[in-house]
Structure formats: structure tokens, C-alpha cells
Design a protein around this ligand. Sequence first.
Ligand SMILES: Cc1cc2nc3c(=O)[nH]c(=O)nc-3n(C[C@H](O)[C@H](O)[C@H](O)COP(=O)(O)OP(=O)(O)OC[C@H]3O[C@@H](n4cnc5c(N)ncnc54)[C@H](O)[C@@H]3O)c2cc1C
Length: 235
Amino acid sequence: MGNETHSWSRFQTQVIQPKNCTHCGVCVGLHPELLEFRETSSGPLPFLRRALTDAEDRSLALAWAVCSGRGVPYPDLLAYLNNGKPIDPLLGAYRQVFTGYAADPAIRQRGASGGVISRVLIHLLESGQIEGAVVLRQGLHSPETATPTIATSRAEILAAAQSVYAVTPTLTILPEIEAFPGRLAFVGLPEQVTALRMLQAAGHPAAQKVVFVAGPYTGTNMYTGAVRAFCGCRG
Ligand SMILES: Cc1cc2nc3c(=O)[nH]c(=O)nc-3n(C[C@H](O)[C@H](O)[C@H](O)COP(=O)(O)OP(=O)(O)OC[C@H]3O[C@@H](n4cnc5c(N)ncnc54)[C@H](O)[C@@H]3O)c2cc1C
């Protein structure tokens, strides 16, 4: 077997070195014992915790298969999500398109752009359609960083409202999803949702717990260096 067929070598040469990593977090989320994110000038990137055995290297095959940095087979993925029927890959499947905001003024004011996502999550939780929601919360452990977390109450959903403009590998939360006893909603950026959907298509048990996905419209995002430069911080 040549080196190129080894999973970690392929991550290095085809995704990380060419700067194609989307920082979605799925590789580390699937293998926290083998991989970890480290902050670099090109954003958070996966690194080996230690040298891998051949068997450990081969165990990265699913992470490689669903890696959103490799390019995504959107027509196949969308057809999978639409019960085999093809979908326009530019827009995806939709029934109707609306604009709106949360009717509850407190939620509307707390949200980034009207609070629709937070309101929908609260509705799903309080109507018993989910037991928790994967959200990204700024300042949970330190003011500068955001942490993916499973919110199980209205207060926790609202604490994670608004936009996090800091590249955060949200799918590192996969082990917590795996351990969570119930159905989940998942809020994620396009690359995170893509990797999650790829995992669902692959039949991964933790990913099957996600029964609702919300995606904030995403134009741009920032590495830590940009935020620190804006704040005038060093390091
Ligand atoms: C990285 C990024 C780029 C954006 N770019 C644009 C833009 O170019 N133009 C524009 O008009 N709007 C942009 N937005 C805003 C976005 O469209 C609004 O957040 C969205 O409309 C949802 O508004 P809301 O009030 O319903 O959400 P809220 O009720 O405030 O809920 C937002 C939810 O998204 C989650 N979340 C926030 N940030 C992230 C993140 N980085 N990764 C995963 N989950 C997250 C929160 O935890 C929360 O659950 C951006 C947001 C983000 C996070």
C-alpha cells in the first residue's frame, strides 16, 4: 500500500496543506483520542496527538469519506436528503421562502437577525419534538472563544443566540451528541451541516439523533488573528 492511500497522509496532502480545511471539526469529533485542533495562522487545524498505528490510520476512513474540505458530492447528497429525487444544487430543496422574525419581542431583540432560529429551537424543545439543541455559545469558557454545546432549556438556547464570527470547529461536539439521550436540533454553518449530512448518509448513529437542522446565512467568518488584531491584542 503506498503512502497516498493512508488516511492521515491524504488529509495532509489533499486538505490541510492546500488550505482546503473548512474547520468543520468532523475528523476530530470522530477521533478525539487521535486528533486535536490547534490554532494556527490559517485557523484551527487538525493535528495528530501522537504517531498512529496502521490500524488507527485506517480507522480514519469515515472521517476521510465525510471530510467537507475534499469537495462535496452535492447532487448525490441532496438526492439522499430528498428521498432520491434530484434537486437544484444551487438552492437545495424548499417548499416556500419566507422572511420573518420572532413575535416575542424579548427573543427578537436577543437574536442576531430577528431571532427566528432561537424561536424555532425553543418551539421544538417546548413542544417535545427535540430534547436538546446543538448551538454555539460565545464566552462559555473564555470571552474570546465560542464553544459548541447542547442546550436543553429556553434559557440555554437564548444564551447562545446571535452570530459567532470566530471560526469554530463545531463538530468536535460529536462525542457529546453520541452520549446525549434524545433527539437533537443542530445549528451549523454550511460546511458543518454538510459534514453532518454526510455522516447521516453514512448511517453514523450519533448523527441520526439530529432531526432538525438550522443554518444561519453565512457570508464571511474570521480567524482568531483577525479578532485579536481588531481588539489590538497581542499573541
Ligand atoms: C459566520 C456567520 C456569517 C454571517 N454572515 C452574514 C452575512 O454575510 N450577511 C448577513 O446578513 N448575515 C450574516 N450572518 C447572520 C446570520 O445570517 C444570522 O445569524 C441568521 O439570520 C440567524 O438569525 P437569527 O436572529 O434567526 O438567529 P439567532 O436566533 O440569533 O440564532 C443564531 C443561532 O446560530 C448559532 N450560531 C451563531 N454563530 C454560529 C457559528 N459561527 N457556527 C454555528 N452556529 C452558530 C447560535 O448558537 C444560535 O443558535 C452571519 C452569521 C454567522 C454566524
